[in-house]
Design a protein around this ligand. Structure first.
Ligand SMILES: [Zn+2]
Length: 211
């Protein structure tokens, strides 16, 4: 479910967020199409581009913003042309033409998935819980293929429960940030009495399993 946009300017909260991730300054990069490039395959796309056009891969973070809710940084690679200019060559699902990118020195892709950085844009329990859910599910299942179909038994049930709760909180946050609002599951109960305890329970479970 698409909730976030690629910001094309650098408001102070984006700059502050980037400063927590990297010592280099964030920049707005243009997207340029590149033959054979696929969405979500930035590392392969850049590797192929370097092989045919020269230049080099630069690693860092692409910034996404869910306006009023959170900012997120996704591990990303862009292409540095032989002339030294940076271009994003990975197509976006929403056809964004520019991205905010912050390079990180010394960072490379080692074949493993890397969790996003996330920061709440408001001080709100549901937003914080959503971020904790994302982090906990990555800690647990980060290297599992996203479909989760290889999992069995209890692991599969926990995985599905995480995914359901994340989706529920996304739906909840799309209509507001009040814990007194009706739960997005459709039960007719207030969120804080309906699914909030389930969120708390799975976070406690994952805390214990990580120890
Ligand atoms: Zn509910």
């Amino acid at each position: 479910m698409q909730t976030s946009i690629a910001p094309v300017s650098l408001p102070s909260y984006v700059k502050e967020f980037c400063a927590e991730i990297s010592s280099l300054p964030p920049q707005v990069l243009d997207y340029t199409s590149s033959e054979g490039s696929l969405p979500s395959e930035c590392f392969e796309n850049v590797k192929r581009k370097v092989a045919v056009a020269g230049g080099q891969a630069v690693f860092g973070w692409q910034i996404w913003e869910w306006p009023g809710v959170l900012v997120e940084a996704e591990f990303h690679s862009v292409w540095q042309s032989p002339a030294g200019e940076l271009f994003d060559i990975t197509p976006k699902l929403e056809n964004e033409r520019q991205i905010v990118f912050v390079a990180e020195l010394g960072k490379t892709y080692k074949g493993e998935r890397v969790d996003n950085w996330r920061k709440a844009l408001i001080d709100n329990r549901i937003v914080h819980d959503f971020i904790r859910l994302c982090e906990a599910s990555f800690d647990w299942f980060g290297q599992t293929p996203p479909s989760g179909t290889e999992l069995e038994g209890r692991e599969a049930r926990v995985y599905i429960h995480f995914e359901e709760l994340k989706l529920l909180l996304i739906t909840t946050l799309k209509s507001g940030t009040s814990r007194n609002a009706l739960c997005a599951c459709g039960s007719g109960e207030k969120y804080k009495r309906c699914h909030e305890p389930s969120v708390e329970k799975i976070l406690q479970l994952s805390d214990r399993s990580m120890k």
